[in-house]
Ligand binder design. Structure first.
Ligand SMILES: [Zn+2]
Ligand SMILES: [Zn+2]
Length: 323
């Protein structure tokens, strides 16, 4: 089959990749469209030392699987864990405690230990699949996975109408995070460098400010969505004493942080990764979260290297791959 291959910081399109086979309790899904995420770009920079087929945001159609699943249009949870395979025997300690996303044996679609969706086909456990509502266009369904990651914040941090929240980074993930947080009625601002990103935020009815306009210590919660080591410090400076700093960025390498002030100010730091699919599907189906303005372009799979390059430019919204 044809697919994208990442190795040693290079991205290429190959036509000699073996078709995936479905193990027990798995399906083979024909990928329709996939989204390029900041994490895919980070993989190119060495994140997770990944070698293989990247890609984890997608919508596809089940091509091989049990009769009840054949032809189903699906999206998928990207963490493959002990809980992905029935019966639930011999679970690792994390899964035994119900923390499946932190499964000690987990592989992650297109990120760690498992080939991803920038290819014609992908094999996935049935337990990871979610059916897409019939009326939801592919171009909307492809946002379920990153939107679920945004919903994760609401499982971790209490946010009410009174909460002053700052999202740092009006990029692809930051836009989704801001739209989810706007739904809580919180006193929300988005800060960033990219003029396109700030403008996109304003068009969604959310207050957007430049980095220089961030009021230091004025926020109960700050969410770093910059995907950049500097984001941590920017978000940190915005949080009040005893406030909460949510980390959404993944990047290879280190951020320089000043630890002492966080101890003195009793800042809570919350790492935040993958999230629940059900609220994301519901919000997209109802239109509570609109993603129509978040697509930059759709590129055919053979042009994937160009899509990666384009997606890495500042301010560029979601680049889709048409498989
Ligand atoms: Zn992603
Ligand atoms: Zn496990």
């Amino acid at each position: 089959m044809i697919g994208v291959w990442i190795e040693d910081g290079r991205v290429e399109v190959r036509s000699d990749l073996p078709d995936p086979t479905a193990a027990d309790s798995e399906a083979v899904v024909a990928v329709k469209i996939a989204g390029v995420c900041g994490t895919d770009l980070a993989l190119l920079d060495g994140y997770k030392s990944f070698r293989g087929i990247p890609g984890h945001e997608f919508v596809g159609v089940v091509e091989k699987g049990p009769p009840g699943w054949m032809g189903a249009r699906v999206v998928a949870d990207i963490n493959v864990t002990c809980a992905s395979y029935p019966p639930a025997r011999d679970r690792c300690p994390s899964c035994g405690w119900g923390r499946e996303t932190h499964c000690e044996r987990r592989t992650i679609l297109g990120i760690s230990g498992r080939d991803g969706v920038f290819a014609e086909k992908v094999a996935l456990p049935l337990a990871n699949l979610y059916r897409v509502p019939v009326l939801m266009p592919d171009e909307v369904a492809v946002f379920v996975e990153p939107l679920a990651a945004a919903y994760r914040i609401l499982e971790q941090v209490e946010i009410t109408e009174a909460t002053r929240v700052l999202v740092v980074g009006p990029g692809r993930l930051g836009q989704l995070v801001a739209r989810v947080l706007a739904g809580t009625g919180a006193r929300l601002k988005v800060a960033g460098r990219s003029e396109e990103g700030l403008e996109r935020t304003r068009r969604a009815g959310i207050t957007a400010v430049t980095l220089e306009e961030i009021d230091p210590g004025a926020f109960d919660v700050a969410v770093d969505c910059t995907g950049h080591p500097d984001g941590f410090g920017l978000a940190r400076a915005a949080v009040r004493a005893a406030g909460t700093l949510v980390l959404k960025s993944t990047f290879p390498g280190r951020a320089l942080i000043e630890v002492g002030s966080r101890a003195v100010d009793e800042i809570t730091v919350v790492g935040s990764r993958c999230g629940p699919f059900r609220p994301a599907l519901a919000a997209l189906a109802s239109g509570d979260v609109d993603v129509a303005d978040l697509i930059d372009s759709a590129v055919p799979l053979p042009d994937a290297p160009r899509a990666f390059e384009h997606a890495s430019r500042p301010g560029v919204a979601k680049v889709l791959l048409e498989i």
